[in-house]
Design a protein around this ligand. Structure first.
Ligand code: PLP
Ligand code: COI
Length: 340
């Protein structure tokens, strides 16, 4: 089958592909899992995932390289993060090998939907782990479904590498200091829907949350981590218990140091000290690197580099990261997993 898709203008939308992976956990063990053509999940109306949010998800991408092959970027890190989230939510871990093999199987089965090299598109994979079964008290499920579905995607934020503005939100928190902010669970995103709607209705790409304890420090974007570049060539990202440990962010901390010669720093980013940044961005699997033109906080719009142009260091980081992901630049050991 040859698919006809406008690869250059994909955006970030659900598209039902022919195959997804599905595995069931029952009686204390995972089954072998299989590819399925059924895009509908069948589960009990009493499933804890539906009532009490006992669920977790992940996001990673498959990339088409110049020679036509397909590769994954650090899928073992997504597997490990899902295991940490599973521990926090009292769910069974999906072993790393099972996770990575399942990702490969889904990509292979839907290979014609991996966008061509050079279009900027990728195949986004959405692993999902949910507690199911007939349970109505607030307690963990005894049965679980682990599934991975996929869809071709383009930019998450409409600007792509063009800067967009974000709203610093002081009235709503997405997570509590010792809550589930560091776990990739749906509840964090449910909490972000209302503030996200407010921000988007005012023309902003998304919300930047402040630390929930003091509301004085930048935490992260609703769908990505935050980074800033200082005049002194520091690459700074917030360090906090309540933000999602972004695999892209940790990759950038490494690349900033080892490939760009910047000083990598995880630390506090006070809203009163935004002047020290000459560039800023949001980073994540979906967001890739999305330059932040300006941030609105209360009645002031603070511009970092420019509202219309990406800064030079952000562009170099973007080129290095995406060059590795699409196979044009040599990757640090273990970062790339070939699908074929
Ligand atoms: N922060 C949040 C809230 C996210 O949803 C994501 C996306 O996964 C990220 C950060 C970025 O994480 P990663 O780079 O692992 O995709
Ligand atoms: C990702 O980048 O994979 C995410 O999960 C962000 C999501 C909110 C689209």
């Amino acid at each position: 089958m040859t698919v006809s898709i406008d690869w250059e203008n994909l955006g970030f939308e659900y598209r039902q592909l022919p195959f997804r992976y599905i595995s069931v956990y029952k009686d204390g063990a995972w089954d072998d899992g299989k590819l399925s053509e059924d895009a509908i999940l069948h589960l009990s109306e009493a499933s804890p995932a539906l009532h009490y949010g006992q669920q977790a998800f992940e996001g990673l991408k498959a990339y088409r390289t110049k020679d036509g092959s397909v590769q994954l970027f650090r899928p073992d890190e997504n597997a490990k993060r899902l295991q940490r989230t599973a521990d926090r939510m009292l769910m069974p871990q999906v072993p790393t090998e099972k996770f990575v093999e399942a990702c490969k199987a889904v990509v292979k089965a839907n290979e014609e939907f991996v966008p061509p090299y050079g279009t900027g598109g990728t195949l986004y994979l959405r692993p999902l782990l949910i507690g199911v079964g007939d349970i109505i008290g607030v307690k963990p499920a005894e049965e679980y479904i682990f599934t991975i579905f996929a869809m071709p995607v383009g930019n998450y934020f409409k600007g792509g590498l063009a800067p967009t503005n974000f709203l610093i939100q002081g009235d709503f928190d997405r997570a509590a200091p010792h809550g589930t902010g560091a776990a990739k669970v749906g509840g964090n995103y449910a909490a972000s829907l209302l503030p996200g709607k407010v921000a988007k209705s005012q023309g902003f790409s998304d919300v930047i949350y402040l630390d929930p304890a003091t509301h004085t420090k930048i935490e992260e974007v609703g769908s990505a981590n935050f980074f800033g570049i200082t005049k002194d060539n520091e690459f700074i990202t917030p360090l906090s218990l309540s933000i999602l440990p972004s695999i892209t962010k940790y990759s950038l901390l490494y690349l900033a140091e080892h490939r760009l010669g910047l000083k990598p720093v995880e630390g506090d980013v006070y809203i009163t000290e935004l002047d020290k940044f000459v560039e800023a961005g949001a980073c994540g699997t979906a967001a890739v690197i999305s330059p932040i033109g300006g941030v609105q906080y209360q009645d002031k719009l603070h511009i970092f580099y420019s509202e219309t142009e990406v800064g030079p260091i952000t562009r170099r980081l973007y080129d290095e990261l995406t060059g590795i992901q699409f196979g044009d630049i040599e990757a640090p050991e273990g970062w790339i997993v070939k699908v074929d």
